[in-house]
Design a protein around this ligand. Structure first.
Ligand SMILES: [Zn+2]
Length: 110
């Protein structure tokens, strides 16, 4: 059985088997990611998967699921494109218990 080394933010390097890892390859490749449950602390860890990581995981025997960004992504919008920083900010925002009301404040500009 292939062993895949992954990094848990709490426990450091952990050893996983291909079955422990879920790879979600997005048709928009920067949004691809993989997730696994840390065998030590049982946290679910989610990490971005660039092309190299995707190749590595697939060649290690991990099953990839392909997903598409919602159709809204193809609509034309005003304003600057979403950067990786925005995505990270959003990710951090979602970790807040009151993320929805914070988001409504941001969107309505108050
Ligand atoms: Zn851990």
């Amino acid at each position: 059985m292939t062993t895949i080394k992954a990094l848990c933010p709490k426990c450091g390097e952990v050893e996983l088997t291909p079955d422990d890892i879920e790879l979600r390859v997005c048709t928009y490749s920067p949004a691809s990611y993989y997730l696994f449950e840390c065998p030590l602390c049982h946290e679910t860890i989610q990490k971005p998967a660039d092309d190299r990581v995707v190749q590595l995981l697939i060649s290690g025997g991990v099953n990839a699921t392909v997903w598409e960004l919602p159709a809204e992504m193809r609509e034309t919008h005003e304003g600057p494109p979403i950067s990786l920083d925005d995505v990270l900010d959003f990710h951090l925002l979602l970790a807040q218990p009151d993320w929805f009301s914070q988001l409504t404040r941001v969107v309505s500009g108050h």
